[in-house]
Design a protein around this ligand. Structure first.
Ligand code: ADP
Ligand code: MG
Length: 368
């Protein structure tokens, strides 16, 4: 079912700041939409308003064509999966999953069928007779997913459901949520503060900060075409290299003066003007690294190396700045060696220093 949020505003009386500030967005039927942002940016509040657990001060929420803004949670056909799910430890896995159905007074056969189906999809069919107390953390999370599924919600709301699990299990379960989504084609809203989780799960990502939407788009959009400095910084690990710079006149054209280093203005920034204060950015993965000098490369020296498993993060001091560069782990690099960095025009980002907005000429991402 499609979910539309129209100009939602929520301020808690106890708080000075606005928790959700004029948020509008559309989640298409069958889409897995991730809300991504730092703690306190309004993700949970937005989700609780969709669930009906919190009332907006103003704005409208639609599920499908129904205006649900003031409907009770039980009348919205949404199911929520939280980080701290409430289960009954003394009951079996089966009884826990069946619980919402028992309330609906379905027949025994119907309940059996629905529980079996849901358990099969999340891969816990063999655990149904076990006491909930005896399942592991990852299995418990699957039980919670199955219990949400038997209610056949039109929309799944998942608020950081994986954040209490260890790293390996998180990755495994997020693959299963992705599979669950592919099999059921249900609409899922998934909240996380973990940008890697957001990138791997989302059909689309909404990046939020301080109650406001910063950008909405595909994982590729927010990674390769950040609309502003906040998104550029928040998405991607390690973070984008970003330096203060000024646009200067040079050879009848313009260049970016980074202080001790000038770089050309790439063609996709047609509207910058001389004297403009900007932020110049390049992702660590996009920098070309060479031990040997070349004409357009900036000379520097390797200062620090951190292993990232299959890759390594190499910190290079060049033109007085420290650049983070991601390289294949097998490339031999040592501290103190000379390094030559090249920045390809296509991988350069420029943001206005005052507004923080991207200066790239590109179509704005649509809300659908
Ligand atoms: P997130 O889920 O992104 O971490 P929340 O939606 O929980 O953020 O919170 C957004 C803002 O609203 C925060 O500043 C938080 O302190 C505030 N807030 C959330 N719930 C309440 C509440 N019940 N009373 C007062 N302030 C709240
Ligand atoms: Mg939260």
């Amino acid at each position: 079912m499609k979910v539309s949020l129209n100009d939602l505003v929520k301020k808690f009386p106890a708080s000075d700041s606005i928790a959700v500030n004029h948020v509008s967005l559309e989640i298409n039927d069958g889409e897995l939409m991730v809300f991504l942002g730092p703690s306190g940016c309004g993700k949970t509040t937005t989700m609780r308003m969709i669930a009906g657990l919190e009332m907006p001060d103003s704005g409208q929420i639609k599920i499908g064509e129904r205006d649900v803004t003031f409907l009770a949670p039980k009348d919205r056909r949404v199911a929520m999966v939280f980080q701290n799910f409430s289960m009954y430890p003394s009951m079996t896995v089966f009884e826990n999953i069946a619980f919402p159905l028992q309330v609906l007074k379905l027949s025994k056969a119907e309940i059996q069928q629905q529980v079996n189906d849901a358990a099969a999809i999340v891969g816990i069919g063999h655990l149904l007779k076990r006491s909930f107390r005896q399942v592991s953390g990852g299995e418990a999370q699957r039980v919670a997913l199955a219990r949400a599924m038997v209610r056949r919600p039109e929309v799944f709301l998942m608020d950081e459901p994986l954040s209490s699990l260890d790293a390996k299990l998180r990755v495994q379960l997020r693959t299963e949520i992705k599979r669950l989504h592919q099999e059921t084609r249900s609409t899922i809203v998934f909240v996380t503060h973990d940008q890697e989780e957001a990138m791997s799960l989302g059909d689309k990502i909404v990046v939020m900060s301080k109650g406001e939407i910063q950008q909405m788009g595909t994982p590729q959009d927010v990674f390769f075409k950040p609309d502003n400095v906040f998104v550029a910084n928040f998405v991607g690990t390690p973070s984008m290299n970003i330096f203060d710079a000024t646009i200067q006149r040079a050879d009848g054209g313009l260049c970016v003066d980074l202080g001790g280093l000038t770089q050309p203005v790439p063609a996709h920034f047609p509207s910058v003007s001389a004297g403009q204060a900007v932020k110049w950015g390049v992702r660590p993965e996009a920098i070309k690294f060479s031990a040997a000098p070349s004409a357009s490369a900036v000379p520097g020296q390797v200062e620090l190396i951190e292993s990232l498993g299959s890759r390594q993060e190499v910190f290079v001091r060049a033109a007085g700045k420290l650049f983070s560069v991601i390289l294949d782990a097998l490339l031999p690099v040592r501290i103190g060696q000379s390094a030559h960095l090249r920045f390809e025009p296509d991988s350069i980002h420029l943001f206005d220093a005052q507004s923080g907005l991207s200066l790239a000429s590109k179509p704005q991402p649509k809300n659908s």
